[in-house]
Design a protein around this ligand. Sequence first.
Ligand code: NAI
Length: 242
Amino acid sequence: MLKGKTAIVTGGSRGIGAAVADKLASLGVNVAVIYAGNQAAADAVCAKCKAEHGVEAKSYPCNVASFAETKGVVAAIKADFGTVHILVNNAGITRDGLLAMMPERAWDAVLDTNLKGAFNMIRHCTGLFLRAKEGCIINISSVSGLMGNVGQCNYSASKAGLIGLTKSAAKELAPKGIRCNAIAPGFIRTDMTETLENGPLLSMIPLGRMGEAEEVAEAAAYLATAKYVTGETIRVDGGIAM
Ligand code: NAI
């Protein structure tokens, strides 16, 4: 059902984004991998998708926080692939710190990347989805956006904001055949969480372990095919946010 479609995965050079790109490619989806700085890593993800799954794959540098850059990159991807069917807004950062001491730049950087970045990409892809009369948007939120977390006011606000964005976009675009859903991962073993691996947080996870990026990618693949699901947020969190 997905074979021959094209997906954009932001922050696709490593971690969850790389796993999502690989999973979609394994289902026959061509992938445009957006990366912030590490071209070698993004190219390696693309090379693996091409060699192992026989799909088209290409990497594009772009700061998702920039309205102008995202407009340019979507135009470049359209020129290369023809159109886009699936958008995975995965790029995200943390700048943790207690609220009382949080620098303004830590708030702005996180909101600009995690929330405005998703808006920018949706804004520029929606014209393509409307013309194609189909589209699937998947926003990678977080359990931090559902539960809140000490030291993460900026991050939880951005991730809760993504859930609101998901629901409004889902309502607005549903009549046009475009679906929009979110995934709220818990603690997933990636570069972002390497300091947490043996910490006390593990005891709070009902399933007793951190998740793997591939387990988030499974949910993305499900949402890409779930034609009657929109406006939903799926937790992939070992039960931590129930
Ligand atoms: P990561 O740090 O390994 O990867 C994030 C990717 O986003 C990197 O490739 C990075 O270059 C890219 N990126 C960052 N800023 C960017 C920008 N301005 N423009 C373009 N790309 C940019 O993180 P990980 O763990 O793979 O996380 C992926 C997503 O999942 C993030 O949105 C994160 O908030 C979310 N998430 C991760 C969890 C975890 O436990 N690892 C838990 C819940 C949510």
